[in-house]
Design a protein around this ligand. Structure first.
Ligand SMILES: [Mg+2]
Ligand SMILES: [Zn+2]
Length: 222
């Protein structure tokens, strides 16, 4: 464990990095189940690269109960990761860590049937990443297309970016009334640009408040 506290951007995966899939046979919209169904959305590589360049660790934190539900095998999940990393490579984009919650309370696979602290809106994955990588959660962002992402990010003390259209009439009944994302973006690229603006606004504030201290010694040298 390290003492340096770095800022991170936590990314939900499905709906942010890759599109959700309509599984016609089962009549459900869910994660991709096969490698062919897993594709990286436009703008993701350059968005991750921008976040890298801004000095953020980029960490995926995703609920993936598909193995627990017998939708796919553990090896398939690793193939998705490989395909993602290969898609990011040409842009020089870097993912620092990937955390998956594989559990589900009603899992068919018994070993994964559990009420865990890592399944979002739980903050287990964010806490674990913070410990593993020395992340300052208060300086971090959580980006996701689900209310559970926003809830997890907010509870962990991060600023949140909701990806998609923030309009959900039934949400008021199933989620805390005061749950609101800090920002709304149409996709990950727009989210990364919002984060860039936040970073430059914060450094502008810092420069102004430190102005007298930093300027006078330089003036003395001149
Ligand atoms: Mg999602
Ligand atoms: Zn879990």
């Amino acid at each position: 464990m390290t003492n340096t506290q770095e800022p991170a951007v936590f990314l939900d995966r499905d709906g942010v990095i890759n599109p959700l899939i309509y599984h016609q046979d089962a009549g459900i919209v869910d994660s991709p189940f096969t490698l062919a169904q897993f594709r990286v959305l436009p703008g993701v590589a350059k968005a991750v690269r921008l976040l890298n360049d801004l000095g953020f660790l980029v960490v995926i934190a995703s609920n993936q109960p598909g193995i627990a539900k017998n939708h796919f095998e553990a090896a398939t999940l690793r193939q998705f990761d490989k395909k993602l990393l290969a898609a990011l490579k040409p842009a020089g984009a870097r993912i620092d860590a990937i955390y998956y919650c594989l559990h589900h309370p009603e899992a068919r696979v018994k070993a994964l049937r559990k009420r865990c602290a890592c399944r979002k809106p739980g903050i287990g994955m964010l806490r674990q990443a913070a410990r593993d990588l020395g992340i300052s959660l208060a300086d971090s962002f959580m980006v996701g297309d689900g209310l559970t992402d926003i809830e997890a990010g907010a509870h962990a003390g991060c600023r949140t970016v909701f990806v998609g259209r923030w309009k959900c009439e039934h949400c008021q009944f199933i989620h805390p009334a005061d749950l609101r994302p800090t920002f709304v973006a149409k996709d990950l690229w727009e989210a990364a640009q919002i984060i860039r603006e936040e970073v430059s606004a914060a450094s502008g504030r810092r420069l102004r408040s430190n102005g007298n201290h930093t300027e006078s010694p330089i003036a003395a040298h001149l």
